[in-house]
Design a protein around this ligand. Structure first.
Ligand code: NAP
Length: 299
């Protein structure tokens, strides 16, 4: 009978910063024979104590496993590391979890394919402490068959492994869309807390009301998506004219209370522009037309 390590795919992790150490640690905990390499070798010490093999060079690390995960600062560092290695990538699967733009990810995928590697682009939507847990969401894109081949191994890094499609830019685009949602919700909450603070309301009192509002807005998303798909924005609830009047009130309220009005001013600038372009009678989803092109909105 095979022991646990023999039945697990050997993996290599290159880049042992805060995130790379967490990735290698998660593979080790799941019993994968794990080879590691880092420019600064001292960062491998703890992992070696946990059973990882330290390669003498990046080339040796790549050669050690069929599945190679790289997680360094940026795509420049990925190229500096891997380009001098010759044809050692040929026939291997390279999973690049380094952050970058969608173009960088597509370019790196093309480069890897010229070197004979199957490539999965990835984006980590988690902090190092969450890696290997139910909470860790990691987005992957590239050939479906490559993801399917290593899905079980990649799930060692987090139960929330999500495959998005063949386009190598997708993981970074989804990550950017996720970040935009996060900052929009958090800025909305913080601005709201500042408004309520003027009446002596503690932020913790605002939390359940805020959650309810976020859930209500989330309930509208499917309808908005349908309108975006159709390219028609009938106002089934409120027109942009109605939204704009409320935005104007919000700017005035903020100014009168001495609260920073930049956020509602930005909302109002979007509303003004949408009305100027003839969308005043449309539903709010028509604002997508402004986001689809480079900015003409002046705050
Ligand atoms: P980090 O702690 O700063 O580690 C950076 C790593 O990159 C180190 O291993 C460093 O090696 C290596 N590196 C940088 N330039 C290099 C070069 N030219 N050649 C070889 N190695 C080089 O960063 P991190 O937090 O691990 O983040 C790594 C990636 O994960 C980034 O793209 C980041 O955006 C992404 N990420 C991080 C988090 C997070 O919460 N930390 C969350 C999501 C995504 P040395 O040790 O030798 O300097």
């Amino acid at each position: 009978m095979q022991n646990r390590a023999e039945s697990r795919t050997p993996v290599t992790v290159i880049g042992l910063g805060l995130m790379g150490q967490a990735l290698a640690g998660a593979f080790l905990r799941e019993g994968h024979p794990t080879t590691v390499w880092n420019r600064t070798a001292a960062r491998a010490e703890q992992l070696v104590a946990q059973g990882a093999s330290l390669a003498d060079s990046a080339g040796e690390a790549v050669a050690a496993s069929p599945l190679v995960v790289v997680c360094v600062t940026d795509h420049d560092a990925v190229h500096k590391l891997l380009e001098p290695l010759g044809d050692v990538l040929d026939g291997r699967v390279l999973v690049n979890l380094t952050s970058g733009t969608s173009q960088e990810t597509r370019d790196t995928a093309e480069w890897a394919s010229r070197r004979g590697a199957a490539y999965l682009g990835g984006a980590i939507m988690a902090i190092p402490q969450a890696i290997g847990t139910e909470e860790a969401l990691i987005l992957y894109c590239g050939p479906r068959s490559t993801f399917a081949l290593h899905e079980a191994t990649l799930r060692s890094l987090g139960a929330g492994a999500m495959y998005l499609g063949a386009d190598h830019g997708l993981s970074t685009l989804y990550a950017a869309a996720g970040a935009s949602l996060m900052w929009s919700v958090l800025n909305g909450f913080l601005y709201g807390a500042a408004l309520l603070d003027t009446a002596g309301v503690d932020a913790s009192t605002f939390v359940s009301f805020a959650r309810q509002n976020i859930a209500t807005a989330a309930g509208w998303l499917s309808g908005y998506a349908q309108q975006i798909h159709d390219g028609a924005y009938p106002a089934s609830d409120a027109t942009i004219d109605t939204h704009l009047a409320a935005m104007d009130l919000l700017v005035h309220e903020s100014e009168a209370l001495g609260v920073n009005a930049d956020l509602p001013r930005f909302f109002k600038a979007l509303g003004d522009r949408a009305v100027a372009e003839g969308h005043g009678g449309d539903g709010y989803a028509a604002v997508i037309e402004l986001f689809r092109r480079t900015s003409e909105v002046r705050v």
